[in-house]
Ligand binder design. Sequence first.
Ligand code: F6R
Length: 614
Amino acid sequence: MCGIIGFTGLKQAAPILLEGLARMEYRGYDSAGIAVVSSDPPRALQLAKVSGKVAGLFEKTQNGAAFPGTCGIGHTRWATHGAPTETNAHPHVSMHGMFAVNHNGIIENFVPLKQELLAKGYTFKSETDTEVVAQLLEDNYEGDFQKAVEKVLSMIEGSYAFAIVCRDDPDTLFAVKKNSPLILGKGEGFNLFASDVTALVEHTREVVYMEDGQYAKVTPDSIELFAEDGSPLPLVTSHVTLSISAAEKGGYEHFMMKEMMEQPEAVERTISPRIKDGEIVLDDFSLTREQLLGFRKIMITACGSAYYAGLAGKYAIERLCGLPVDVQIASELRYSDTPIDDRCLLIVLSQSGETLDTIAAVKECKAKGATVLAIVNVVESALTKLADSVLYTWAGPEVAVATTKGYTTQLAVLYLFAVYAAKVLGRLDGEAYASYIRELQQLPEAVRASLKLDCDMENMAQYFKDAQHVFYLGRNTDSALAMEGALKFKEISYIHAEAYAAGELKHGTIALIEPGTPVVSLCTNEALIEKSLSNIIEVKARGAVVTAVVPAGVPVSEEIRGYADRCVEVPALRDIFASIAAVVPLQLLAYHVAKLRGCSIDKPKNLAKSVTVE
Ligand code: F6R
């Protein structure tokens, strides 16, 4: 949801800004722009914007060479106010060219502020809320950059991260954070900041995670951090160990393929260090045994794929812990009257840790007394600050918009939590506990085995590439898996895909099955395979072409083979853990169909990675 960057130092700013934007492009890719203070007189803000991807900006600025200067800001956008045109692209420059502003977020009171500025004679080029901020800065500027920033911050409402540059203060930038991420990077002879640490690591590993309400004055030699009220704050520096290659494609054609292939290691990193001598040890889990014993209900909330991971986790937690688990989409939960109190554990899932609806739902539930456990991938992200306890998914940076390793590592943490909590609650012990631990340890290998289906799924993709609709069916854990499979398929191939609890199809939707309609039937749950078989027979009778996903080496899978048109064999796992390996061929199928159709796999149309608007 927009990536912003600022650089000031001894080197040329434009190439650094462009590289940083390219790394953050997954955050938004409908337009991009940079503003650099010119090094040659007369001093001016040099501005380049394009609608479309950052590649266009490289071209327009001759890879940055056309914009000499050592201080500037950059932006890659996912449009909220105004269409993704060049005019609406950031940075926005004030009427007399004094300030340029990049913004991630929304200014809620921009309409009255704009009216006041119009009345004062300011003219606007764009339809954005951001241009109002640039004009306000100019209107409140009396020769002191910092005072103008402070004044404007006191006037605006909403959520934002800003990068601000001033023509008259050519080495200084201001970075402002409220509800959108911003990380400061400390260098030798330069300083910079960005929405994502992946844009910083090429230049420095010493970073400062800004907190909401803070702003920073950044010059080549210093970073000064301030609280909302203007009082100075100490800089708390963290060392980032992330490798640069983690943010690069590493020889793969797409980030999505690279990230799918990274899943065995990601799941291993998430699970293995948390199992010591046959016991689950959650060093980073701060809820006590007494707290766990006190919960009467678990609520899980998230958006998109993270929500589907939550649905899968429900089956594991209910089975093992015997607690009722309700799973709600965050954008619904935040406005619902679902009873929540201090005997409720809220488990919140988010790869980015930034999703606005998820954050809002957490705030609502916290206010009602819930204890919050966050399962998050991005270190120090907003959700980690709200939670009572955090369990990280150690997936590493996920760049492709469609999540893959983010989802499988969320499943891994939910499974770990279910087994851990069952033990603490006294519901699992001895050999039963040990057998769950053994299976958890096998999950990375099971995911690795599923990845060997890549060629099969590539071949199978041709049967799906011209479909109008695809149906994904499953029962129990497989119904949650069906939802994730259908989402992955539609979001990157742009073919309509719909998931149904297999037994529910006949209550209406089966009317849409026609001769040739592709159906993906998920049958990983051995105990329910007979039931799934009946559903396969039902859709086959209406002409559907069925691809079944079945556990390998299980006799009952043979029965399915007799009816399905094609079978995909995945590692046989306990039903509540099966999705982690069975999702892999579904991810691969979506990828290969999208590739055959020439779709923009890493950056599907209309989407952005972290959704920081309602
Ligand atoms: C789909 C996908 C999205 C995200 C959703 C939540 O492939 O990636 O549905 O899962 O936007 O994002 P996070 O997990 O960052 O809160």
